[in-house]
Design a protein around this ligand. Structure first.
Ligand SMILES: [Zn+2]
Length: 216
């Protein structure tokens, strides 16, 4: 079973809309129009007290999610373009367009339904002297999905039917937040979909690193 990691642009859900070169060496895709944060590191906020109730690792994923977010920050910062992002714990919900990128582990407005695992709202940007600057990007996780963590299931063989590792989904959505679209490379974190019990998506591929280095 494969489920999608959906990119939400304005009011339209799409999966890879811009031009790409379909080779493994150069398969990354930037958001269209290309855009990035100009004040870096951007500060990503998340509420460490909000439970992801589908995770049954003893604390509803709170520890694993915090670890995954900081691992994701370290991963993208280690891709070669310097320190692009930090994360901090703040007990608040996402507010679209407020300039404070936020991860939310529920989806009260139902942005992410059906096969969607999580969405990043990438529609907040403006033109700055001829280039496009990201103003905000919030991430919402599906409420219908059963997530697991590497803390709950260190061995993917122990992962239950129809569970998805949240670490890789976090890594993927943070890539959208920074300005990447879906890669054509199935090995990439930025590939549009992931299989259940697949714990490999949180490891950035060279394709992901090439994408972020092309942008920043
Ligand atoms: Zn995606």
């Amino acid at each position: 079973m494969i489920r999608k990691l959906t990119l939400f642009l304005g009011a339209v859900v799409v999966a890879g809309t811009s031009l790409f070169v379909a080779t493994d060496a150069d398969a990354y895709v930037l958001l269209t129009p290309n855009r990035k944060w100009y004040q870096t590191p951007v500060l990503l906020e998340f509420n460490s007290l909000a439970p992801e109730t589908s995770i049954t690792d003893g604390d509803y994923g709170r520890t694993a999610i915090a670890d995954a977010i900081f691992d994701s920050v370290n991963g993208w910062n280690g891709a070669g373009s310097g320190q692009l992002i930090d994360a901090t714990i703040v007990p608040r919900n996402a507010v679209q367009g407020d300039g404070r990128p936020t991860i939310q582990f529920n989806d009260p407005r139902n942005y992410c339904t059906g096969a969607c695992l999580a969405v990043t709202l990438t529609g907040y940007w403006h033109n700055r002297n001829g280039t496009e600057e990201i103003d905000d990007a919030d991430i919402y996780f599906s409420e219908d999905t059963r997530f697991t963590t590497e803390r709950e299931d260190p061995n993917p063989n122990r992962c239950s039917w129809q569970e998805f590792y949240i670490e890789g989904v976090i890594q993927h959505e943070v890539g959208h937040l920074l300005g990447l679209d879906h890669s054509n490379n199935a090995q990439a974190t930025m590939y549009y979909a992931v299989g259940m019990c697949d714990d490999t998506m949180d490891e950035l591929a060279s394709d992901d690193q090439n994408g972020i280095n092309a942008l920043y």
